[in-house]
Design a protein around this ligand. Structure first.
Ligand code: UD2
Length: 338
């Protein structure tokens, strides 16, 4: 997409920041992020011409009303990085959200509390962000008559009743996180019908790539850290469980397709269509690093899904989406680039 005004919630986070990087060259981008896990370092840098000038690409936009003279400086809440305006705030704050969304054509809603285990420990807290605040985002899109692309999850399926999992498989989430994502996914789809808003829900399978880190990050970043430190690589259970690992650049691609598709008011699985066992993954990561780390087995994780893999027929047909990064090359580039 080009020449649009776009809001990315969670735009400083793992997936959001990659999306911002892809959008920034050709669009005016707003980032709304509370920096709980995101980082300013993930955002595109200020170019020399912009940082040295008082006129910025966004100074003619709606945000010009917010002290244009200081728009290149960091203020409490707003920073300008080339075409990117950062609003340091929470999606649950209606004022911050309103300001971030004013005049946008399109919202990519990526902000979430992504930890499944935290959602089990504190379901109301994760519901506040993943569902209550997400509904504010949908309402804001309605207000602005903006298209909205929402980050849903394979978690909506729970223990799947078919493999590969198609969008028509039964949805029976087994965590508060999955329940919240399912409700959001349904709201997103219904908003198209109820309010004639172009909406798309993307059900991400197991995302990985640069900038995924921290205690709640995925198994690939955990294994990579362990392999690099020559610490034991910790497999939960027998390692025969499988996942569909999808590189963040493919997730970005899917979002960009969702930004223009006519096939709205629906949900798409976003994966590669390939499943890999955790055991094979451990060996792949260890080999890519050239590590001598041991591979050890721990107790299986309670409630762990045994097998998960996307049927991407619908995304291929209606969204013209096809993953381009295979797991081996994705891991190789992760090892080289980070
Ligand atoms: C993923 C998503 C989650 C939700 C869910 C839906 C991530 C990070 N999480 O959870 O948000 O959408 O899918 O089903 O993408 N494992 C090990 N050793 C470790 C860590 C993990 O063996 O040190 C195993 C774990 O037991 C599981 C697999 O690796 O079988 C993947 O674990 P994960 O936490 O990366 O992702 P998952 O599938 O539980």
């Amino acid at each position: 997409i080009r020449d649009s005004t776009v809001l990315v919630t969670g735009g400083a986070g793992f997936i959001g920041s990659h999306l911002v990087g892809a959008l920034a060259p050709h669009n005016e981008v707003r980032v709304l992020d509370n920096f709980s896990t995101g980082s300013r370092e993930y955002l595109p840098p200020v170019s020399a011409s912009v940082s040295g000038s008082t006129s910025t690409p966004t100074s003619t936009s709606a945000s010009a009303s917010e002290s244009p003279a200081t728009s290149t400086e960091t203020t409490d809440s707003t920073t300008v990085h080339d075409n990117v305006t950062v609003i340091d705030g929470d999606i649950s704050d209606p004022m911050a959200l309103q300001r971030a969304a004013r005049g946008v054509d399109l919202i990519f809603h990526q902000a979430a509390l992504v930890s499944v285990s935290r959602s089990v420990d504190a379901p109301r807290r994760s519901n506040e962000t993943n569902l209550d605040a997400s509904l504010l985002v949908l309402e804001q899109a309605r207000q602005e008559d903006a298209r909205v692309v929402v980050a849903s999850s394979a978690a909506v399926y729970g223990h799947p009743d078919e493999l590969p999992i198609s969008e028509t498989a039964s949805t029976d989430p087994n965590s508060p996180y999955g329940i919240q994502k399912l409700a959001l996914d349904q709201y997103t789809r219904r908003y198209a019908e109820l309010y004639d808003l172009p909406t798309v829900a993307l059900r991400y399978f197991n995302a990985y790539g640069p900038r995924q880190q921290g205690p709640y990050s995925g198994v690939i970043s955990t294994f990579l850290d362990q392999a690099r430190a020559d610490d034991p690589i910790t497999i939960d259970g027998d390692g025969e469980q499988t996942r569909d690992f999808v590189h963040v650049s493919d997730i970005v691609r899917a979002n960009l397709q969702a930004a223009t598709t006519d096939a709205v008011g629906t949900a798409y699985n976003i994966g590669t269509g390939e499943r890999t066992s955790i055991r094979d993954l451990a060996e792949l990561v260890r080999d890519a690093v050239g590590s001598t780390a041991q591979i050890v087995h721990r107790e299986p994780r309670p409630g762990d899904i045994r097998h998960s893999g996307a049927d991407i027929t619908k995304a291929r047909r209606e969204l013209e989406f096809e993953a381009q990064v295979g797991l081996e090359s994705g891991i190789r580039s992760l090892v080289q680039e980070t």
